[in-house]
Design a protein around this ligand. Structure first.
Ligand SMILES: Cc1cc2nc3c(=O)[nH]c(=O)nc-3n(C[C@H](O)[C@H](O)[C@H](O)COP(=O)(O)OP(=O)(O)OC[C@H]3O[C@@H](n4cnc5c(N)ncnc54)[C@H](O)[C@@H]3O)c2cc1C
Length: 430
């Protein structure tokens, strides 16, 4: 069977409803208060704050606005902080650990309020997440964690034993799971478009197809060299996340770009969706090499994502492998074709914590470790407030050191071995 639908595309499903915006060729200003590199959620959320603060703001992107992860993701929104409280407390002390965890809660609450206040039409919902256990041990771990949530940092959640799993998913693959009741979803392309429109309405100039090629100190500010000419800026914000490159070698040494891959199925009969995904919840599983999936906002398709190879793959190859994983969970989809297969580079850090800060006078926010829909927008907002010198720009992540590893220059040569090791552990159910 040909897995690919006749109208198959290797571009994100979201681009059908929200094509990459045609912003024309805006003139590059000679001088601004703030230049922002990257027009995804981070860059635009920062631009919105800064432009509304009355500063002349330019956002420069090497490609179309939102071309990076911000129009490619799964639209799943969680509390976004990966390490647990005990791990963070060991590394940073108990007080800092609680502040970091709280930032994840803040980011989730913030995005719901932001979308409502700004009136952004992006199918934002709070359906909750079913986090499925890939092994009995994983289920026990999850159930224990929910029963013993740290005081003051509890989240609304309940366990779903395997016997009741069909309430959540039409599969017997898993060993039960946990529902995180406040986790949310949106259409990432629409959300990006909403941010873009608001940043531009506030006065920010967004210049697409304008790679930034150099940043040099110049008096009290910076000269930002681009393919279209130079801009003088008093402040610079780097918002390049998984696409952080040679422009900023210090950041590049601290960011591990990892491909994340997704497919969309062809439209399904409503009865199929109702059987396989009876709720609108977003879904993830407890594998280290995680699967994440959800119904499309109109409940016609399943959008399925994960990492399918040890190294990076082309989207036809990744599409076939993701399809195989999808069918392992829902065998009745064996004959279902895929209409879209795409990927993007997320940014990991060596301690799986996002960072916001300043290095040699240049602001940055990045390293969302695959969970950046709310965190990137939230930290982008905070970095914008920091540029404006506002107290509300402070975060629980301020002041953390930003680790790298000896010999690491930005090419993750260790990734294939690491992914293979995690895959083996997933198969063993540990
Ligand atoms: C397939 C996939 C699924 C995902 N699913 C989820 C999910 O369900 N939930 C979740 O929370 N997160 C998810 N993510 C992660 C999330 O999308 C990102 O964390 C978030 O979009 C990061 O936003 P950003 O603005 O920081 O970076 P990006 O949106 O990646 O933008 C960075 C931009 O920087 C530009 N750039 C880089 N270098 C330069 C330069 N020198 N000059 C000019 N411009 C430059 C790039 O062109 C790019 O547009 C997913 C990511 C992928 C790829």
């Amino acid at each position: 069977m040909d897995l690919l639908a006749p109208d198959f595309k290797s571009t994100p499903y979201w681009w059908e409803r929200t094509p990459r915006p045609d912003l024309g060729s805006p003139a590059l200003p000679d001088a601004v208060d703030v230049a922002i590199v990257g027009a995804g959620y981070t860059g635009l959320a920062a631009a919105l704050q800064i432009a509304r603060g009355g500063r002349a703001t330019v956002v420069l992107d090497a490609a179309d606005a939102g071309w990076g992860c911000s129009s490619r993701n799964g639209g799943q929104i969680s509390t976004s902080v990966k390490p647990d409280l005990a791990t963070l407390a060991r590394r940073h002390g108990a007080g800092a650990a609680a502040r970091i965890i709280r930032e994840g809660h803040n980011a989730l609450a913030w995005i719901e309020a932001f979308v409502a206040e700004e009136g952004i039409e992006c199918d934002f919902r709070v359906p909750g997440r079913f986090h499925a256990a890939h092994s009995p041990r994983a289920y026990e771990r999850m159930a224990r964690a929910i029963a013993h949530q740290p005081e003051g940092l509890e989240v609304p959640a309940h366990v779903v034993p395997r016997a009741e799993q069909h309430r959540e998913l039409g599969t017997d693959t898993y060993f039960g799971g946990v529902v995180f009741e406040r986790h949310a979803s949106l259409d990432p392309g629409r959300f990006h478009q909403g941010l873009l429109e608001r940043a531009r309405a506030a006065g920010a100039v967004v210049v697409p197809h304008c790679p930034v090629t150099g940043i040099e100190r110049c008096g009290a500010g910076f000269t930002v060299a681009t393919a279209l000419g130079a801009v003088q800026a008093r402040d610079v914000v780097i918002a390049t996340n998984g696409y952080t490159g040679e422009l900023t070698p210090w950041l590049r040494r601290r960011i591990v770009p990892i491909g994340s891959y997704m497919i969309a199925t062809e439209p399904q009969e409503p009865a199929v969706l109702d059987r396989l995904m009876p709720t609108n919840r977003v879904v993830s599983d407890s594998r280290r090499v995680v699967h994440y999936y959800r119904p499309s906002p109109d409940r016609t398709r399943i959008l399925f994502g994960g990492r399918v190879t040890s190294g990076e793959a082309c989207t036809r190859e990744s599409g076939a492998l993701l399809h195989r994983n999808l069918v392992a969970i829902f065998p009745e989809l064996a004959a279902t074709r895929i209409s879209h297969s795409w990927m993007g580079f997320v940014a990991y850090t060596f301690d799986t914590l996002a960072r916001v800060g300043r290095h040699e006078g240049i602001h940055y926010a990045m390293g969302y470790c695959g969970s950046g829909v709310s965190m990137a927008s939230y930290l982008g907002t905070r970095v914008g407030q920091q540029v404006l010198g506002l107290a509300e720009g402070r975060t629980g992540l301020d002041g953390l050191d930003f680790p790298t590893r000896p010999l690491y220059r930005g090419t993750p040569w260790f990734l294939p071995a690491a992914v293979a090791w995690y895959r083996l552990r997933d198969r063993l159910g540990v």
